[in-house]
Design a protein around this ligand. Structure first.
Ligand code: SAH
Ligand code: SF4
Length: 305
């Protein structure tokens, strides 16, 4: 409504849709975390999450509908791939959540549905809008990727062109300390060996001066043992990085275990004793439906029952 009415009318006549996507479902947890589902013009659904703390409102955005990477522990991966999101479909998520919380978002993470590096242009356009239209600085934005061959150098080049400089945090979903195990958890890793991924991370640091963050999902007895922590520490030794440990959130139809608290603490302490900085991602509300893509999957299942 900030646009002149006559102009809006003209745009409408030219077939341009004005307005926001419709919210079709919302979950609110006891700790205030909100998950929303938005319906697109082609009847797909997009999931987005807002995570409030006293000082921050972090918004978790989706970059695609579904995902083609097929990680075995991920609800989004299980549902297959539909399509990439356009920039307005990314921005509508944060605007809807800003309204739902009646509060300015402070941080943004691209950790919802989809693989951002398979939709680089729209994601960079969205980062530009987040900076310029919503006043969220790049340093408060994290782009999470499982890694796509040949895209990290391209990301730096395109980001420099589109944003002037690369200041956002790059999070690499590593999840395993060696190639064999990684291929089991992340099938797309077959096409992009760990050695090459880490080489690209090193050049990313050299080109941007930004420390890379590694995400490591902890799956009980699969990748959470002492020797895994030791191997991970050797693998990334010397890289300017940080490790974010993510205890597995159970998803429907899979029997992976969430490690015990003592195992998580042990894993972290082994990394730290070898000079690797590490944190454990705090569990938030909606634990039952917390894992990425779960709400959408549940919604689709009930819709088509
Ligand atoms: N495709 C990108 C970004 C979206 S997934 C990527 O994989 O990095 C964002 C994060 O959610 C990833 O680190 C992924 O490992 C994590 N995730 C997916 N399923 C999960 C689950 N069941 N429990 C905990 N974390 C999960
Ligand atoms: Fe895709 Fe990320 Fe889920 Fe893997 S974890 S299937 S890359 S959304």
């Amino acid at each position: 409504t900030v646009l002149p009415k006559a102009w809006r009318q003209r745009l409408k006549e030219q077939g341009v849709t004005i307005g926001r996507l419709q919210e079709v479902h919302r979950l609110t947890a006891h700790d205030g975390t909100k998950k929303i589902l938005l319906s697109t013009d082609d009847n797909e659904t997009i999931e987005a999450v807002g995570i409030p703390t006293e000082k921050r409102l972090t918004i978790c955005l989706s970059s695609q509908i579904g995902c083609s990477m097929g990680c075995i522990f991920c609800a989004t991966g299980k549902g297959g791939y539909q399509r990439s999101l356009a920039v307005h479909e990314i921005m509508t998520q944060i605007i809807s959540l800003r309204e739902a919380f009646d509060r300015r978002p402070s941080h943004v993470v691209f950790m919802g549905m989809g693989e951002p590096l398979l939709n680089i242009e729209s994601v960079l356009d969205a980062i530009h809008c987040l900076n310029h239209d919503l006043g969220i600085s790049q340093r408060r934005i994290t782009l999470s990727t499982v890694g796509v061959k040949n895209t990290l150098p391209k990301l730096v080049e395109l980001a420099q062109k589109r944003l002037g400089s690369v200041q956002f945090t790059l999070a690499i979903s590593l999840h395993a300390p060696n190639q064999t195990l990684r291929e089991k958890l992340v099938p797309s890793a077959r096409a992009y060996p760990i050695s090459l991924l880490l080489k690209d991370c090193r050049s990313y640091f050299e080109l941007t001066g930004r420390r890379v963050s590694f995400e490591y999902i902890l799956l009980g007895n699969l990748n959470d043992q002492i020797h895994h922590a030791e191997q991970l520490a050797s693998l990334i030794n010397g890289l300017h990085s940080h490790v974010n440990l993510i205890p597995y959130n159970p998803i429907e139809g899979e029997n992976f275990q969430r490690p015990s608290q003592s195992q998580i603490v042990l894993f972290k302490s082994i990394l730290e004793s070898r000079g690797i900085s590490a944190t454990v991602r705090a569990s938030r509300g909606l634990d039952k439906d917390a894992a990425c893509g779960q709400l959408r999957r549940q919604y689709l299942q009930t819709k088509f029952k």
